[in-house]
Design a protein around this ligand. Sequence first.
Ligand code: G6P
Length: 367
Amino acid sequence: AAIEKGDYRHFMQKEIFEQPTVVAQTLRSYLRPGEQRVALPQMDFDITAINRITLVACGTSYYAGLVAKYWFEQFARVPVDIDFASEFRYREPILPEGGLALFISQSGETADTLAALRHCREQGQTIAAVVNVPTSSMAREADLLLPTHAGPEIGVASTKAFTCQLAVLAALAAHFAVKKGLMDREEEAEVVEHLLEAPACLNAALDHDEEIKEMAHLIAPARDVLYLGRGADFPLALEGALKLKEISYIHAEGYASGEMKHGPIALIDDKVPVITLAPSGPLFEKTVSNMQEVQARGGQVVLISDRKGIEAAGEGCMATIEMPKVHPLIAPLVYAVPVQLLAYHVAVAKGTDVDQPRNLAKSVTVE
Ligand code: G6P
């Protein structure tokens, strides 16, 4: 059956709003809620013997991988080597014996990622793939297929595939940690509980749609926009900037908050909006102090945080977007929503072709 937009104006908008449902759907196949356990598919290799993960992807899928690097290292204490597929193959990567190579792709057909997968297979790596299209080349060629259940994604700019990739990767990182004896029953139950909260938190984030639509006119005239984040939310800053570039054609850059003073701060004036992703938590104060460096130079900040964060640092911001208070593990999923909606509404305000942006393809099958 043809996929319809229903009441939505664009596929991208529909796909953003599908996220609570498809993330829940994806989590269902990786968790056993009743027992509060993670439940990954059977693996015919010894996961505890894996001493390094090589992660390879492109575009938005690469940013999901960057988030996962924080999780694998933090929870499972496995070092992660991550690269763009197009760089990976040509830098003669050193692959550890008995290593796991993990590929992330919505389409399962991106030429660079597929070529990297085949290269790793030739090098004797175990191949795992997080893929949304179950009939794709990558799905067929992987030793361990970890499907996302996002359903068909039509909008060229990826949205729901991204949050579903994060859901799978979080479950996989927890599974690693459990198998390695780094996460006890109680901690596992806690992680499962937080992951199960994700769909409701995504819904709460979507409730801010109208408000984000209203603030889009503040961003639409900008020539450059900066996105800042720290830790596992830094890749979200990169993803936010990518979404805005892709569909609104505004130049945007994502930066690690603490790195801003080493360059991008030179760009700051009252014409460069700075979108700051800062859930309250251990990294909050540091991010806020970077944000204040922006404000001291006349920069116009949009603070995306929870109530506590906004109460502490919202004053003097051009705008704030309040997210539900979430566990740091699911913050990257939840904070994806406001950056997607912001890009979407800015693009609509500018009148661009949201679902078919110029020069871009849904699946890039040339290297
Ligand atoms: C293209 C799409 C992006 C996507 C990237 C990787 O550039 O426009 O939305 O993130 O390819 O695609 P994949 O299917 O491998 O995730």
